[in-house]
Design a protein around this ligand. Structure first.
Ligand SMILES: Nc1ncnc2c1ncn2[C@@H]1O[C@H](COP(=O)(O)OP(=O)(O)OP(=O)(O)O)[C@@H](O)[C@H]1O
Length: 973
């Protein structure tokens, strides 16, 4: 785990099994001997073959440059010795996508005519079983099924399934072949164990090569390391006199090759880099070992120096030592066991440090470990206890003060910090957010304490009684809670007496829609519509005026003004008193529409809809009434949604409206751009992705398509607009394979890491002078395909950003892990997509992005960009940057966020952290739908998914030299 924590998840898992038929074994057998008669020979030959394999993989790097490996030998009761290897590849040689997987691993029987040798080797060594119907008694069979999942499904392509390993390409040739010349068992590609052709041919034995998609495989290997030897229960017959007493002993089973292995002193496991374990103890509580005859003075003298006390000492005398936390220390300093001192490491040997595990039940020792894992260069226990000049009596208090341990009182602290900023409406929203996400105890005490600050801005006239104010606050909180499906009565709060200012008989949901602010700017849009927009607008309005029903699809490449058109329609209809429901597939596109919500939350669409799902809306509900009263429904980014979601909505509307027309006869305006990122079927195949498209729905035949053509974003650069259009339509010629050439005026030559800084300067000029400048921040961003690069770019920019840095740590745990089996630092080191980092580095004035739907109605959804206005231990004060709520101040608390199934962890991790990331750089997917006038695009050597390059290019007019790419980039679908 220490290696995974430092170097990331493993890339390859290789298993080699000894082949008794190797000529090196067969040539040495005496007449009439079999390989089983010579376990010594098996052990020696297997060891040397494995060393050669390791040399090929680790030293020669035949599968890519290796930076970490772990090897384990396994001897089962029966069967042949195996070796397992877990490998982490160098960053530049990592296998990123199915094309890379296919290069390294095959799971098919090769053609006999084209590759006769490989064909033979695969049939001989790489066929699983046979098991199942052909051999129900195979050891892999359990409850009538193969434990290893054979036969595997046919698949026309390799893709990342839901398991630790991908689903490999196994073409259905419809032509099973006999396992060997004398055998009637027929096998096809479904029985092939994944292999690497080069290794298989060279070593002529079973070598299973698997790509690791997740760290689940680490657990699998650890099982081998720690499971211990096989055990056996043996009957003992001590002698003729004891015949009647049967005795059994519990024994270890060591098979003959394992016995030889140990006699030869061959290692059972090995890892590189080595993990160096570091002592930890409370002051004067170190372990002392002594011999009985040793004088006590010697014992005391010797035990004064421990790895920990000497670490403190080095920090006092060596300036360089202070750059590291305790666990990083062994990478730079060597422990001299004889003299009990640290000395500077001179060799280049790689070592990874790990502090001995301490359970949280060990109290102060655990808290000390937390401090040691985070504080660089401490010079003693007292130094660790001192924070901002104050020395605390316990490590717990010191760790809490440093924000490394969750304060028992953190929710109250959060509200106290927010209270002092004196923004009652933001405080109310924070209170509701805490109720929903943080599940506090003592809700009534919090209410009592913060009530006066939450009602501070309510009108206070002589007729406004306290009861009215209480009721109004309860009503406002209730509305906020309702968005998350919670009812105010679920909490220990006062009961509303119903008496309240501005009470209305109209249900809240409908009242909200009728009161969406229609600012003057929205009403003037109509005058600016271009030709295409005007034609579309008029067609839609005619249908509404005639009270007809219709489904429109507004089709337009990025930047052709689809959002502009929806906003015009919304403003016109709302001004005339109509209800117009604005939705979008993503939260971020929804915030760009006044009153916008995600379609899923607005219509309660199931998250994984199937062919018969409906939305969970009862016909008597306020929501059903809102739908009945709505004149139109707008759904932006419809191509991004799985068609099943649209079909669920159709079924629901028909039921609510009791009209058997598409969508119950409503006017529905779908819109979007098929050139941009299409629906994601998690781990789905290309065919499943295509089938999920809305054009495949039977509803599509009723859709009237309206086209917008003029690119309004790049209106002043016709040539560039045409270039993006060609990319979007797939008409830009490839220069070779599937590579397209980017215009040299836009591209920045890759000249090494400093090119990244050039790109940053290009997009964020004079950054130092623009801290706190909301306009500057909203107008620019760096875009890149994957999260890891986003993180690195953000880290680089924040270090250049002016002002004091705030370091906010997360508190991580594994769901249900009451034993605390997982080390804190391991959990802290994981950064699964969608979760904020363990260490969040912020500065006042830096742009941040929300990672959760906190309050979608108020523009706070996953993807909303904000600017950090203030940062405290328990609350972030931020201002919304985009959409209709731009300028609104909000308070964000730390909330528990869980990893989803897609991240492939063998457990569910809960991270308590502020739900934000820095947003100088964004992933391309997050930028979809937004207009960002100054974008820079960073393209490392990754293959894009469909539409990503097009989305990135079409966010705004690109300044010259604003794309930086390493080696080459290509787009693939
Ligand atoms: N008729 C118009 N007059 C002036 N500006 C316009 C007009 N139409 C669109 N724009 C501007 O062009 C930019 C792109 O428009 P918009 O965001 O509506 O495009 P879009 O088609 O929704 O883009 P995407 O597909 O990327 O979401 C915006 O800044 C918008 O204000």
């Amino acid at each position: 785990m220490s290696l995974v924590q430092k170097f990331g998840k493993p890339d390859l898992f290789i298993t080699m099994t000894c082949n008794p038929g190797w000529e090196e074994i067969q040539n040495e057998l005496l007449p009439a001997q079999t390989a089983q008669d010579r376990p010594d020979l098996l052990a020696r030959v297997f060891k040397s073959k494995f060393e050669e394999l390791k040399d090929d993989i680790v030293v020669k790097g035949v599968l890519g440059r290796v930076i970490v490996y772990v090897q384990v030998f396994e001897f089962q009761k029966r069967g042949l010795p195996h070796a397992h290897m877990l490998i982490i590849l160098d960053e530049d040689d990592k296998l990123h996508n199915p094309d890379d997987y296919d290069r390294v691993v095959k799971a098919e029987i090769p053609c006999k005519e084209e590759q006769p040798q490989l064909h033979k080797a695969v049939l001989k060594h790489m066929i699983h079983g046979p098991c199942g119907v052909q051999n129900p008694r195979s050891p892999c069979m359990k409850n009538g099924r193969c434990k290893k999942g054979y036969p595997k499904p046919f698949s026309s392509e390799t893709y990342q399934g839901n398991d630790s390993y991908p689903v490999y390409k196994r073409y259905d040739t419809n032509n099973p072949v006999p396992l060997n010349d004398h055998c009637r068992i027929m096998v096809d590609n479904t029985w092939v164990v994944p292999y690497n052709p080069w290794l298989l041919l060279k070593y002529n034995c079973h070598i299973n090569v698997e790509i690791c998609c997740s760290i689940k495989s680490v657990k699998y290997l650890y099982k081998y390391v720690y499971k211990g030897p096989d055990r056996v229960s043996m009957e003992v017959r001590p002698g003729p006199n004891y015949d009647e007493v049967q005795q059994y002993i519990d024994a270890r089973w060591v098979c003959a090759p394992e016995a030889c292995w140990k006699i030869f002193s061959f290692p059972m496991y090995r890892m590189y880099p080595a993990v160096f374990r570091l002592q930890i103890h409370l002051p004067d509580r170190q372990q002392v070992r002594f011999r009985s005859h040793e004088p006590i003075a010697n014992v005391l003298e010797r035990s004064k120096k421990t790895m920990l006390t000497e670490f403190f000492y080095m920090n006092m005398i060596d300036h360089d030592a202070r750059n590291y936390v305790y666990r990083e220390f062994p990478e730079h300093y060597c422990w001299d066991y004889k003299n009990n001192i640290w000395t500077r490491r001179r060799s280049h040997k790689k070592v990874v440090g790990r502090i001995y595990t301490v359970s949280p039940f060990d109290g102060e020792k655990f808290n000390l470990r937390v401090l040691l894992n985070h504080v660089k260069g401490p010079t003693g226990f007292d130094d660790l206890l001192t924070v901002n000049g104050i020395t605390y009596p316990t490590f717990k208090q010191a760790a809490e003060q440093r924000g490394l341990l969750e304060n028992d009182n953190s929710i109250r602290q959060c509200l106290l910090e927010a209270r002092d900023i004196r923004m009652p409406s933001a405080l109310r929203r924070l209170f509701a957010t805490i109720l929903v996400f943080c599940l506090p105890t003592g809700v009534r005490e919090l209410w009592n304490e913060f009530y006066p600050y939450m009602v501070e801005d309510y009108p206070s006239t002589s007729i406004t009684t306290e009861t009215r104010r209480t009721n109004k606050l309860l009503k406002d909180l209730g509305a906020l809670l309702l968005q998350h499906g919670k009812h105010i009565t679920e909490y220990d709060l006062p009961i509303s007496t119903g008496e309240c200012d501005n009470d209305s008989a109209v249900p809240r949901l409908i009242q909200d829609e009728l009161t969406v602010p229609n600012v003057d700017e929205e009403l003037t849009l109509i005058e600016k519509l271009n030709n295409d927009q005007r034609v579309a607008y008029e067609k839609i309005m005619t249908v509404i005026d005639r009270k007809e029903s219709m489904i429109f699809f507004v089709d337009g490449p990025g930047g052709t003004g689809k959002t502009f058109l929806y906003r015009t329609i919304l403003a016109t209809l709302r001004k005339a008193g109509h209800i117009a429901i604005a939705t979008a597939t993503s939260g971020i596109a929804a915030t760009l529409l006044p009153g916008g919500r995600t379609a899923h939350s607005r219509f309660k669409i199931p998250l994984t809809p199937d062919a018969s799902s409906t939305c969970s809306i009862s016909k008597q509900s306020d929501l059903a009434e809102l739908i009945r009263r709505a004149t139109i429904i707008i759904w932006d980014e419809a191509p991004m949604v799985n068609r099943r979601a649209l079909e669920s909505l159709d079924r629901t509307f028909k039921d609510i409206m009791e009209v058997n027309l598409p969508f119950g006869g409503k006017v529905l305006i779908l819109g979007g751009d098929f050139r941009q990122v299409l629906p994601v079927v998690p781990k789905g195949t290309k065919t499943e992705m295509i089938d999920a498209c809305i054009v495949k729905s039977p509803l599509w035949k009723d859709v009237k398509v309206l086209h917008l053509k003029q690119n309004m974003r790049s209106i002043n650069d016709e040539e560039f607009a045409q270039y993006i259009q060609r990319i979007g339509d797939g008409n830009e010629p490839f220069i070779m394979d599937d590579l397209i050439k980017l215009p040299s005026s836009m591209a920045m030559q890759w000249e090494g890491q400093h090119s990244i800084y050039n790109l940053i300067d290009q997009v964020f000029p004079n950054l130092q002078e623009h801290a706190n400048d909301a306009r500057y921040m909203v107008d620019r961003a760096l875009l890149t395909p994957i999260n890891d690069d986003v993180e690195q770019l953000n880290a680089k920019i924040i270090s250049q950003f002016p002002g004091d840095e705030f370091t906010l740590h997360s508190f991580d745990e594994v769901e249900g892990d009451t034993q605390h089996l997982y080390q804190q630092e391991f959990l802290n080191s994981i950064s699964p997509g969608g979760l904020p980092p363990h260490i969040l580095r912020l500065k006042k004035g830096a742009p941040i992005m929300l990672l959760r739907n906190i309050d979608p109605k108020a523009g706070l959804c996953n993807g909303t960009r904000l600017i950090c206005r203030g940062c405290f231990n328990n609350v972030i004060d931020a201002e919304i940057l985009i959409g209709q709520y731009a300028g609104t101040r909000v308070f964000l608390p730390r909330i528990p966020l869980k990893t989803t199934e897609n991240v492939h962890l063998p457990f569910v991790m809960i991270r308590r952290q502020f739900p934000v990331r820095l947003s100088f750089a964004l992933t391309i997917n997050k930028a979809q739908g937004q207009t960002i006038p100054t974008v820079g695009i960073y393209l490392p050597d990754h293959v894009f998914s469909h539409g990503q390059l097009y989305v990135a290019l079409s966010r705004g007019p690109l300044p010259s030299e604003s794309i930086s790419f390493r080696q080459r980039c290509r787009e693939k679908f």
